[in-house]
Design a protein around this ligand. Structure first.
Ligand code: 3HC
Length: 273
């Protein structure tokens, strides 16, 4: 998602550093940026000059030092609260006020993450994008307990400047999007496990019957089964309701390393990937 956020920002005229501790991830990001811009040029959505200018606005680096002085940071690391807290402590040092410290978390409490930066909690906010970021219109904006009005106002402005529609949600696990989406996906796994229908039929029923662009099991592969599992665990832990516990079928696929598109196999198979 970080790659999508970086590309969307660059196409909106912002100068961007994409940071990742893994060099191969940065290579994948570069390839994705080039491919997506080339496709937009082929489709005559943008000119070659615009595509080149957007690409030139993105720099790639392995550490936060490279981006010192940036006015805005969007953390988009794995959905693990300890990993995110460690990153937020580094962000606090590397990007002093008035920089906004945003997180693209799917489900983790903004108040909890903000607590690790102490007096800087006012400039922490949730800025939840959706995959694929260049295509999806929404940014869910989540204030933590200490988030200032100024931080919120600036976040709404930035989301609009990136061509997105910002909508506020309160700081409860999963916010609105994943509180509603993930239990539906989890229930599709239960329906499959119980033999209500096969995965193809479940997805076709939801596509044709509810007009979803992807069925819930295809969408789970697209998001990443590990991500879906982690979000369900956060919902289960934070909301304390057994209905949020991940379906055994979902857990088993994750344990088997079948994580969806990114591993070439999840519920369905993607040999080309
Ligand atoms: N990056 C940039 N552009 C992309 C893209 C990507 N990764 N994937 C697709 N696109 C573009 C294509 O280039 C194409 O643009 P064009 O019209 O200019 O050619 C357009 O999107 C449509 O793509 P396709 O024709 O290839 O395929 P589809 O029409 O099937 O659309 C889809 C693909 C947009 C992914 C559509 O299937 C869809 O909307 N799926 C549902 C996605 C969804 O629900 N996302 C939310 C997930 S939840 C989430 O992210 C929250 C997190 O916290 C878990």
């Amino acid at each position: 998602m970080g790659s999508g956020i970086a590309l969307t920002a660059a196409q909106s005229g912002l100068k961007v550093w994409q940071l990742d501790v893994k060099a191969d991830q940065l290579e994948r990001a570069k390839a994705y940026h080039r491919k997506t811009l080339d496709r937009a040029v082929e489709k005559q959505r943008i000119t070659r000059a615009d595509a080149d200018a957007a690409l030139a606005r993105i720099q790639y680096a392995g550490s936060m030092d490279a981006a010192r002085g940036a006015g805005w940071v969007v953390e988009a690391a794995t959905e693990n609260v300890e990993v995110k807290k460690a990153i937020f402590k580094q962000m606090q040092q590397a990007f002093p006020a008035p920089a906004v410290l945003a997180t693209n978390t799917s489900s983790i409490s903004i108040t909890d993450l903000a607590a690790v930066v102490g007096a800087d909690a006012g400039r922490v906010i949730g800025m939840h994008f959706f995959n694929p970021v260049p295509v999806m219109a929404l940014v869910e904006v989540i204030k933590g307990l200490a988030t200032t009005e100024e931080t919120t106002r600036r976040t709404v402005e930035l989301a609009k400047a990136m061509g997105k529609t910002p909508i506020p949600a309160n700081d409860r696990a999963g916010f609105v999007s994943n509180r509603v989406l993930m239990p539906m996906i989890n229930e599709a796994f239960h329906a499959w496990m119980e033999g209500v229908a096969g995965p193809e039929e479940i997805d076709q029923i939801m596509k044709l019957g509810c007009n979803f662009p992807m069925g819930p099991l295809r969408l789970a592969d697209f998001i990443g089964l590990d991500v879906c599992h982690d979000i369900m665990m956060v919902l289960h832990r934070e909301l304390g309701n057994p209905k949020f516990f991940p379906c055994p079928m979902l857990r088993q696929l994750v344990q088997a390393g079948r994580l969806g598109d990114k591993t070439g196999r999840g519920v369905f198979e993607y040999p080309a990937k």
